[in-house]
Ligand binder design. Structure first.
Ligand SMILES: Cc1cc2nc3c(=O)[nH]c(=O)nc-3n(C[C@H](O)[C@H](O)[C@H](O)COP(=O)(O)O)c2cc1C
Length: 241
């Protein structure tokens, strides 16, 4: 699908990293409609490097990024994803039946599933099982430390993509069938794929996003005690308020 979009150079894009943090956080969202132009490695690699300033449990840094750009490899991943998408998407559609806004919100996901192998770049953040951290098992704290050692870097990457104008979204459905994903990606058993981040120049719009009011989410001292419910605070999320 050709269009008239001209991507910025890597230098121009990297200069956008000076976007105020608050603006990037306020407007970062799942951007699933992407231009199909390739993403320059002179831009991608610095963003990956920046994202890895994130913390890991015990500073283990047992992470790796698998970057997928090969068309045949993307096609294999797309086949796996669409198989799962065809199962779960109709369930989501039935749930949203009658809610036009919710059905509209699902369209970019549909577009993305249809164009999956054409999307420019996929980043698959992975984590290696190590003596302390396992993806499954008892006690549950190890599960938390395992995935929690990847997601801070993932969010860093999503924020930096937002700042430079790359569309990105966090997805787990494409790798839900972990053994199949592992085979496609050529991962050893010790390396666990955590999610998939398709990246390309944004066609879809960034923020603002809709989230529950802070008073509903914050509990103080014990669950159920929500003293901020219904109270007004200065807002950095919507400064106009
Ligand atoms: C753990 C996790 C898994 C996700 N998996 C998928 C996925 O498989 N497919 C997808 O389209 N979006 C996926 N998302 C993206 C969410 O649907 C999205 O962030 C959420 O709906 C909020 O969207 P917004 O940031 O655009 O407001 C996932 C997000 C998280 C945090």
């Amino acid at each position: 699908m050709a269009d008239d979009f001209i991507p910025p150079t890597a230098d121009e894009a990297l200069a956008r990293l000076d976007m105020p943090l608050v603006e990037a956080m306020r407007t970062q969202r799942a951007v699933r409609r992407l231009h199909l132009d390739p993403v320059d490695h002179d831009l991608l690699v610095p963003l990956l490097e920046l994202s890895l300033k994130a913390p890991t449990s015990s500073n283990s840094q047992d992470w790796s990024y698998l970057v997928i750009e090969d068309r045949a490899q993307k096609a294999r991943l797309a086949r796996l994803y669409r198989m799962l998408f065809r199962v779960f998407h109709p369930i989501e559609q039935r749930r949203a039946a009658g809610d036009e806004a919710a059905l509209r919100r699902m369209r970019p996901g549909q577009w993305q599933a249809e164009h999956f192998e054409q999307l420019p770049t996929f980043v698959v953040p992975c984590y290696r099982r190590n003596l302390k951290h396992h993806p499954v098992g008892w006690p549950q704290i190890s599960v938390s430390s395992f995935y929690g050692s990847v997601y801070p870097a993932v969010q860093n990457l999503l924020l930096s993509c937002r700042a430079v104008g790359l569309g990105a979204s966090l997805q787990t459905l494409p790798i839900w069938m972990v053994p199949a994903a592992r085979r496609i990606l050529g991962l050893p058993r010790s390396v666990v794929p955590v999610c998939v981040i398709p990246i390309g120049w944004a066609r879809g719009r960034y923020g603002p996003t809709t989230r529950a009011p802070i008073g509903e989410v914050v509990h103080v001292d014990r669950h159920g005690h929500r003293p901020f419910l219904g109270r007004e605070f200065p807002s950095v999320v919507d400064p106009a308020d």
